[in-house]
Write a protein that binds this ligand. Structure first.
Ligand code: KMH
Ligand code: ZN
Length: 272
């Protein structure tokens, strides 16, 4: 069986002061992505930062990052439309105009740590429709059980095409906690035929990733989700986190899906 491995080199929250190895600028992100690709990642989940390392939805910076990645390797680029808590939804949604192969779709507003993650229902519907028009595959970010239902409503309105691809995000303060019980509950709530991966934030990253792989899920690795390799030991970049996940999957007798296999597994539209 093949498992899809996504690298998430940089998220919306952590700063270099939290881990000096965090890649933030386009060439740093591209370099981290290429290294992850060489290890087996077939999808790159991308957030970009401005010159001051603040999360941004700047189309020029996002375009440049996508181009630098594409020059280095054929990994499938998934742009985050979550971007960062301070960036307005109306700016974030424009990122899909760059026509990445995939992009995230966050179905609901929620508290997010000390901040607020704004995903208004009309905006989410508009973004889902635009992604469908452009052939950009949504990855549905599920932080709690009600988010599954919100996605199913979008599907029933004809705004999402199958197979549905979910990220089960556990460990965000404001969403479901990173526990085995919550993972099982959310997996059971997914519709027939859904594809899913675990995004386990923080300390439970390793154990919940192992559990998800054992349950038939895909995995994500990188500094968006944890800055540490183990308690008290900062990860020296994304590579050790990706390598550890590859090792974990191989130890469970799973193959790592290539880019071509991933395109087929996720039902991505062909691009010329
Ligand atoms: N870091 C994730 C928990 C997205 O990329 O669309 C939230 C996020 C969503 O960044
Ligand atoms: Zn993200």
């Amino acid at each position: 069986m093949s498992v899809v491995l996504t690298v998430a080199p940089t998220g919306p929250i952590a700063r270099r002061s939290d881990n000096p190895s965090l890649p933030t600028q386009p060439h740093e992100i591209a370099e981290a992505v290429e290294k992850a690709y060489r290890l087996g990642a077939s999808v790159a989940h991308i957030h970009v930062r401005d010159e001051q390392d603040r999360p941004t939805a700047d189309l020029g910076i996002a375009r440049r990052t996508m181009d630098l990645i594409a020059e280095r390797c054929p990994i499938l680029i998934q742009l985050s439309t979550g971007v960062g808590l301070e960036v307005p939804f109306e700016d974030r949604e424009k990122l899909v105009e760059l026509r990445p192969r995939m992009a995230t779709l966050n179905p609901c507003s929620m508290s997010f740590g000390a901040g607020e993650f704004r995903n208004p229902p009309d905006g989410v519907r508009r973004l889902a429709a635009r992604m469908q028009e452009l052939g950009v595959k949504p990855e549905l970010e599920i932080y709690d059980t009600g988010h599954v239902d919100a996605c199913l409503r979008l599907r029933d309105e004809g705004l999402l095409d199958g197979p549905l691809q979910f990220s089960i995000v556990l460990g965000v303060a404001g969403g479901a906690a990173a526990t085995a019980d919550n993972l099982l509950t959310l997996v059971r709530r997914l519709p027939e035929g859904a594809i899913w991966q675990i995004i386990a934030i923080g300390r439970a990253n390793l154990n919940l990733t192992a559990m998800a792989l054992s349950l038939g899920g895909n995995a994500r690795a990188g500094m968006e989700d944890t800055l540490y390799l183990r308690k008290g030991e900062l990860a020296q970049g994304n590579e050790p986190l990706v390598a550890r996940t590859v090792q974990l999957a191989r130890g469970l007798d799973l193959q790592i899906a290539s880019v071509t296999e991933t395109e087929a597994l996720l039902g991505l539209q062909r691009r010329p």
